[in-house]
Design a protein around this ligand. Structure first.
Ligand SMILES: Cc1cc2nc3c(=O)[nH]c(=O)nc-3n(C[C@H](O)[C@H](O)[C@H](O)COP(=O)(O)OP(=O)(O)OC[C@H]3O[C@@H](n4cnc5c(N)ncnc54)[C@H](O)[C@@H]3O)c2cc1C
Length: 500
């Protein structure tokens, strides 16, 4: 069992993953005397995309004692109450839906929504679109910020949008101010000892960097974990088709920005729209099996109303995960560890979960348990993403016809989908499979109901005496009354700037 932290830790990679890890390890181990260094190559740079988060990013900054006014204005950051999905279903009334970050206040309405969705799945004509039931949805739609005022009795979970380059620089400054050693060097080779542990990273200019423990945060290169330690990579291409993205920013409109990411389904994938304080980030995530890069760029430009010459940037995505994240004396994080396409913006969330569990597992000497738990997390999140495509309601292109009939599904996902379509208790299914920690029953219900995965309207029967009538006016009063407490988004962002 490892009780003493390593004396020296060397992190390869200064992207968001590397700097998050450096700060977290410093917070836990610096008081034990651990010295941390981070090596990155300014010649290589960082990937520079990844602008949406889950609520775990708030916990990260809170734990490090960094306030929103310290980091958000520096990173052109805005608040995010969830994700709006548009164009994923052609069922009338279900053309768009909102996936809110589940939050404490939702307890008051979730059982009503689950009941309604269950009755409709069982063929009863009751309203079961998720949007009217949830406070974060209303907050975003009304142009408010999900930041609870002091007199509001419940916390509301939220995430952020931010500039990927600026957040990296911000985390670097926090880290170096706390004593993390920052080195600019391009690593050319990696030395292993006779036990197969990493001994040193050797730079092109001959400098050698030894450490007791290494972190591979070298991005898709995975220089240590795959390059030197030869850990196998398991691709997810069989059930997640998207392998490329094309991105371009557009100016921020004067008004009308909401505290949410938009995800708009397109001919061979989907386009994100992420509002920052100074611009909108846009990207088309697509499958190169179904559309070539030039056509994808053209589709993105048309969607954004840009001219044919508007500049875009093309990216390749390596979707999958390495077999084990902690091998010998090396932990892989970020893109070096794995990547699930950005539909639910989970990459940084996985970095935080990985480093937090790693530090706990180190104390207990539980490397195998840690590796198994991280693999389950990847697969749990993957299944939720796969379900987005498998149960979407559009079949207008080969991409969508193949995605909605893809039968490469895990047993876990088959269980969830069967439970939904057989009108069983989905909440019980998710809880009994122990997968609610990846996506809660609210998230599963919102997606499946949001696409309109119900019997066709002409087959629905009136509710009947066995169905408890749903008082939608009461739901509306509760949701709109709660939302009224929250400030306009622009006002909340302005306040942060003033406090900075
Ligand atoms: C299209 C797309 C959209 C995304 N959207 C989201 C999102 O909305 N939300 C989210 O959470 N995530 C998203 N991600 C993922 C996100 O971009 C990454 O998880 C995040 O940026 C962290 O990347 P990283 O630090 O692992 O790698 P990188 O940013 O690539 O950093 C790698 C680092 O390693 C260094 N390096 C590599 N090789 C060497 C070497 N030989 N010597 C020295 N240094 C070296 C580089 O210089 C760099 O500093 C998205 C990814 C893609 C591709």
């Amino acid at each position: 069992m490892n009780t003493a932290p390593p004396r020296t830790v060397c992190i390869l990679g200064g992207g968001t993953a590397g700097w998050m890890t450096a700060n977290l390890i410093h917070r836990r181990w610096a008081e034990h005397g651990t010295k941390i260094s981070l090596i990155e190559s300014s010649a290589i740079g960082i990937i520079g995309v990844g602008e949406g988060s889950t609520p775990q990013l708030k916990a990260f900054f809170d734990d490090l004692g960094i306030s929103e006014s310290e980091w958000m204005p520096r990173c052109n950051a805005t608040y995010k109450a969830g994700i709006e999905f548009a164009g994923w279903s052609d069922r009338p009334g279900y053309e768009r839906y909102f996936h809110p970050f589940p939050t404490f206040v939702d307890h008051f309405t979730q059982s009503k929504f689950f009941y309604a969705a269950h009755a409709r799945r069982a063929g009863r004509n009751v309203p079961a679109h998720p949007d009217p039931f949830f406070v974060p949805t209303r907050i975003a739609r009304e142009g408010r910020a999900p930041v609870a005022p002091p007199n509001f009795p419940f916390l509301v979970s939220y995430g952020y949008h931010f500039d990927a380059h600026l957040i990296g620089a911000c985390l670097r400054d926090f880290g170096t101010a706390r004593g993390i050693d920052h080195i600019d060097a391009k690593i050319a080779s990696i030395e292993l000892d006779d036990q197969g542990n990493v001994k040193a990273l050797v730079a092109e200019d001959g400098r050698r960097f030894e450490a007791d423990f290494f972190v591979d945060a070298s991005g898709f290169r995975a220089a240590i974990i795959e390059g030197a330690l030869k850990e196998p990579h398991r691709p997810f291409g069989e059930n997640l088709f998207n392998d490329r993205a094309v991105v371009t920013p557009t100016p921020r409109p004067e008004s009308g920005v909401q505290a949410c990411t938009q995800s708009i389904a397109k001919s061979a994938g989907w386009i994100w729209n992420i509002p920052l304080t100074n611009r909108i980030g846009n990207g088309y995530v697509y499958s190169s099996r179904y559309i070539d890069p030039d056509d994808a760029a053209a589709e993105l430009r048309v969607h954004l109303g840009l001219g044919e010459d508007a500049e875009v940037r093309h990216l390749q995505m390596k979707c999958g995960r390495i077999d084990r994240s902690w091998v010998k004396n090396c932990l892989a994080v970020g893109l070096a560890q794995g990547f699930l396409e950005p539909l639910e913006a989970t990459a940084l969330h996985i970095v935080l979960a990985t480093v937090g569990s790693f530090l706990d597992a180190w104390d207990k000497g539980e490397r195998d348990q840690f590796n198994a738990a991280i693999s389950r997390r990847y697969e749990g999140i993957r299944d939720y993403l796969v379900c987005h495509y498998r149960t979407a309601q559009r079949k207008d292109t080969d991409y969508w016809r193949d995605a909605t009939t893809n039968n490469n599904l895990s047993d876990s996902l088959k269980g969830v989908i069967n439970s939904w379509f057989r009108a069983q208790n989905l909440e019980e299914e998710v809880n009994s499979q122990d997968i609610a920690g990846y996506y809660s029953p609210i998230s599963w219900h919102c997606m499946l109901a949001g696409y309109g995965n119900f019997p066709p309207p002409d087959l629905l029967k009136p509710p009947g005496p066995d169905i408890t009538p749903l008082d939608m006016a009461e739901v509306e009063r509760f949701v709109s009354g709660c939302a009224m407490n929250f400030p306009p988004l622009e006002e909340a962002l302005e306040r942060l700037k003033e406090a900075a």
